[in-house]
Each structure stands twice: as structure tokens, then as C-alpha cells.
Design a protein around this ligand. Structure first.
Ligand SMILES: [Zn+2]
Ligand SMILES: [Zn+2]
Length: 350
């Protein structure tokens, strides 16, 4: 049985022990002082960013065209700034998640600054690089394909328009996730996301570029129904809110969010999705809403288990490292791993 098997019998729940009058049993966790200080500095920075927001907007607006290109800067700079704002909030929320992880950990043996987190942080750092590299071709491609004059939902109330495109985008994300689990070529890329054995706040951005680029473009398609001019910034903001939510569901947290689990993805349901056990393969594919999994019978109906996580491929780099050098090597290995497997498969079949 997995160490994180959650029958309340096998693991003492810190909050439960508190309720019975005994002192709470916090999970073992390592919190090296330099990291605590660095974390407090990040939080302080985020708080300043949020409090001084008007000045920050001016600062970013003046440098926006430099970072986001001429096309986006003309009309969409504000949403790009919002994106940065929401990232700041994501970092500011980190201490709350850390406290929650100590009180209700899904895996009590996992340290908060685990070897797995170091590699995920590097993946996190590669994400903005990807945006900068792809910015111009993406802008040109979107302009060429969708133009600016397509507004089929224009007559509907704004709330209805947003709801339609967000639901449609979330369904496409569910379907694309299904494909990335069931089509071997796509699975080799998506497998990198599943190779983490220590799920943490930053695992949501452990995504191979070959895995996320197509998925992001597909998720964007419904937003073109709002017209590119409105659809693109709304998509950027929605994607960023999603990123924060995904950081929450990848955290080492023991919660299924009660009745909300029937509507949205939870840390428990997403842990099942990452499970190393064969019987959980291809389950809980939801992106934000869990309704698609209930509708298409891909929802695991056991809401109490917290299994160990891995993609199940012993050759796939697990993504844990103890030094930055080691983490860089793991990152490089993970980046080339899908290509190596596909080349080997192609050679074997020819
Ligand atoms: Zn997946
Ligand atoms: Zn995940």
C-alpha cells in the first residue's frame, strides 16, 4: 500500500488530532533558514508590487512594446501587465500554501523544499523564455488566421459570452489532455509533466514545450469568437488565473474541497491523475472544471486516496536534483527525452 494511501486510519491527520484535544502533529518538513529568508523577501516584493500597482502599471506600459511586441503593445498591453500582476499574487500566496502543506500534507514525508521542486523551478524559469521566443510568429500567425473582424457572439450579454468561451476552452483542454494520454507520440511529451514523484506548487509549469504549445493554441481557439481584439487579452488573463489555480492543485495538499469537487478539479483529484498506479491511468483529465470527467466517465470516484505519483516509465528522468548543476542536467535530459524515445521507436520500425 502506498504511504500516502489516505484512509484516515493509516495516516494521522494533524487537524483531527487537534480536534480531540491532543497537540497537533505537524508533518516533518525541512525549512532551511536561507530559503525562509529568500521566501520572505519574495513575499515582501510581491506585497510592494500589489500596493504600488498604479506606479507599476506606468512603468510596465512604457516598456511594454519592448517585451510584448508592437501588435500586443498597441491594444493589449494592459492585459499583459495584468498577467504579471497575477503572477505576483501567485508568489504572494506561496506562504499560505506552505502553511497549508504543513497542516494537511498529502504526503507527510515530502519536505517542502524537495529535490523535485528545484527542477520544477527551472521549468518555471523556461516558461517566459518560450513566450519571448514565440511572440512574433504567434502574433503574425494569429493576425493572419483570425484577423480582427469576427464577432459571432456580439449580441449576447458579456457574461454569457465569457462563460461560453471559457467552457468551450476548458472542454477543448480536457479533450486535448485525453489525446495526450492516449496517443503514444503525444504521451512521450506529456509524460515529462507526469515524471514528478514529489508534486509541488511549481509542478504545474513542468511542461515540455512540445506538450504545451499545441495545447495552448487549441485552448485559445474559442476565445477568437469574442474577436481577436478582445479575445486575446481575455485569454491571457484567464490563462494566468488558471496557472495560479494549477499551482494550487499540484501542491502537496490533502483536500478534495468537499462538494466543489463535483464542479472543479481539486488537489486530491489531480493527484489521482498523477498516480503511479495503472488503474488510475487516463483518469481525472479536467483542466479547471471537473464536469467533463463526470460526463465522460473519466472521473475516479474514490475521493479519499492520495497515491504516490509517477508516469510509470522507469527510464523517464524523475526530475529530482539536489544541486543547481544536477537540476540543469535533469532539465536537459527531460527536454530531449521524448525525441530520444521517438527516434528509437522510428529506427526500430524502419
Ligand atoms: Zn496528464
Ligand atoms: Zn498535473
Amino acid at each position: 500500500m502506498s504511504v500516502t494511501e489516505s484512509s484516515s486510519a493509516s495516516i494521522s491527520h494533524p487537524l483531527k488530532s487537534n480536534a480531540t484535544g491532543a497537540s497537533p502533529q505537524l508533518a516533518p518538513a525541512s525549512l532551511p533558514m536561507p530559503l525562509v529568508i529568500a521566501l520572505l523577501a519574495v513575499c515582501f516584493g510581491c506585497a510592494v508590487l500589489v500596493l504600488q500597482w498604479d506606479n507599476v502599471v506606468q512603468l510596465f506600459s512604457s516598456t511594454c512594446s519592448e517585451h510584448f511586441g508592437e501588435y500586443l503593445s498597441a491594444k493589449r498591453c494592459g492585459s499583459a501587465v495584468n498577467k504579471i500582476h497575477i503572477y505576483a499574487i501567485a508568489f504572494a500566496l506561496l506562504p499560505l500554501i506552505m502553511i497549508a502543506e504543513r497542516l494537511i500534507p498529502a504526503d507527510p514525508d515530502q519536505p517542502q523544499f524537495s529535490p523535485g521542486m528545484l527542477v520544477d523551478l527551472l521549468w518555471f524559469a523556461t516558461f517566459p523564455l518560450l513566450i519571448i521566443l514565440l511572440r512574433t510568429p504567434l502574433e503574425d500567425g494569429l493576425k493572419a488566421i483570425f484577423g480582427e473582424g469576427f464577432h459571432p457572439l456580439e449580441g449576447l450579454p458579456v457574461v454569457a459570452q465569457f462563460l461560453i468561451v471559457i467552457l468551450a476552452s476548458d472542454f477543448i483542454a480536457w479533450a486535448s489532455h485525453w489525446v495526450r494520454h492516449h496517443v503514444p507520440m503525444f504521451w512521450e511529451f506529456h509524460k515529462i509533466h507526469h515524471s514528478q514523484t514529489q508534486l509541488n506548487y511549481f509542478t504545474s509549469l513542468r511542461l515540455h514545450p512540445g506538450d504545451q504549445i499545441v495545447n495552448t493554441l487549441l485552448r485559445f481557439l474559442p476565445f477568437t469568437l469574442l474577436g481577436l481584439e478582445i479575445g486575446l487579452p481575455i485569454f491571457l488573463v484567464w490563462s494566468t488565473i488558471l496557472r495560479i489555480y494549477e499551482m494550487f492543485v499540484h501542491s502537496n495538499l490533502r483536500t478534495n474541497l468537499g462538494w466543489l469537487r463535483y464542479l472543479i478539479v481539486t488537489p486530491q483529484s489531480h493527484r489521482i491523475h498523477h498516480s503511479e498506479r495503472e488503474e488510475h491511468a487516463g483518469l481525472n483529465l479536467g483542466n479547471f472544471f471537473s464536469i467533463w470527467d463526470f460526463l465522460f466517465r473519466t472521473q475516479c470516484l474514490d475521493f479519499k486516496i492520495y497515491p504516490k505519483t509517477h508516469c510509470g516509465d522507469p527510464e523517464c528522468p524523475t526530475g529530482t536534483a539536489r544541486t543547481v548543476g544536477e537540476a540543469l542536467r535533469v532539465l536537459a535530459n527531460e527536454m530531449i527525452y521524448p525525441f530520444r524515445v521517438l527516434a528509437r521507436r522510428w529506427r526500430a520500425s524502419s
